[in-house]
Design a protein around this ligand. Structure first.
Ligand code: R5P
Length: 288
């Protein structure tokens, strides 16, 4: 096996190689003056089980690298090509919301699957596609960071109450709460635009004296969490920790969230200062 780290996932790829006690190599990535991308393997891949590790951040550039690298590995005689894609982008574009729109999740899957033998990802945003197989027609494994979030809560937080910031987060929030053995509730969110959302509790919640743990899969502009935090503060809640599996933190999202005096914990599927949950062990196990 040879673990190859793409430009967005060098550190995570090195950790995976270390867990598996196999060699590591960084994919060389460069750009031509007109912006086109080139990639190059720096160690021979012929006859190897190549494990390419690359999160889809920023989405479009990282996807081009995946396409070029995966096809090249096969052309150069790799025995198998596996893609470890800790953050799988475009999964929220899972329907034609307006006439004429592209269902990007499906088109992306069709484009990247052909050279792959295997794909592993962490908590993909499955909503209208209930199963990764419905969109990625290749041998796939889905790893979850729920256990890491639950362990963190058990170790660091007293009187936790898990809150799912919107209906789509119910699948994560409920599982985390079950593993912690604490109460859970889910907010209802209405989205008006990419950055404008409103939230409210659909259940009557006893939050008195509780430390609220907001658990979501993706933190993008941070507006979903910001609305949740503001709502909870109005209700008198003092202690809030936000958990996100994938911290994209678009623009000033992180700064704005920190301004609301909350603790923020993410996993290292996307490198960020808030990373405190290490998924490398889970991914190393998944490529067994
Ligand atoms: C969508 O439903 C996801 O689960 C997240 O809640 C969403 O992507 C967060 O986006 P933002 O941080 O931009 O509000």
């Amino acid at each position: 096996m040879l673990v190859v780290g793409g430009s967005s996932s060098h550190e995570l790829a090195k950790k995976i190689a270390k867990h598996r006690k196999v060699p590591y190599s960084s994919l060389k990535v460069g750009h031509f003056p007109d912006g086109e991308t080139f990639v190059r393997f720096m160690k021979p891949v012929k006859g190897k089980n190549v494990v390419l590790v690359q999160s889809m951040v920023p989405p479009n550039q990282s996807i081009i690298e995946i396409l070029f690298a995966a096809h090249t590995a096969k052309e150069l005689g790799a025995r198998k090509v596996s893609l470890v894609v800790p953050y799988l982008a475009y999964m929220r574009e899972d329907a034609r919301f307006h006439p004429g729109e592209c269902i990007s999740a499906g088109v992306l899957a069709k484009a990247i699957v052909p050279p792959l033998d295997f794909l592993v990802t962490v908590d993909p945003h499955l909503h209208r596609f209930h199963n990764l197989h419905k969109v990625y027609h290749v041998h796939v494994k889905r790893v979850t960071a729920n256990g890491l979030i639950a362990d963190h809560i058990k170790r660091h937080i007293k009187n936790p109450l898990v809150v799912g910031p919107d209906g789509e987060s119910e699948q994560w929030a409920k599982q985390v709460a079950e593993q912690v053995g604490c109460p859970v509730t889910v907010m209802t969110k209405t989205r008006y635009s990419g950055t404008k959302v409103k939230v409210h509790f659909k259940d009557k919640v006893d939050y008195e004296g509780m430390h609220i743990c907001l658990v979501d899969d993706i933190i993008s502009t941070g507006h979903t969490l910001m609305q949740n935090i503001k709502h909870l503060r109005k209700m008198g809640v003092k202690k809030i920790t936000c958990f996100g599996v994938h911290g994209l933190f678009v623009g000033d999202a992180y700064k704005e969230l920190k301004r609301l005096k909350v603790d923020i914990v993410t996993s290292n599927t996307i490198p960020h200062p808030s990373n405190r949950l290490d998924v490398s062990g889970l991914l190393a196990e998944a490529i067994e």
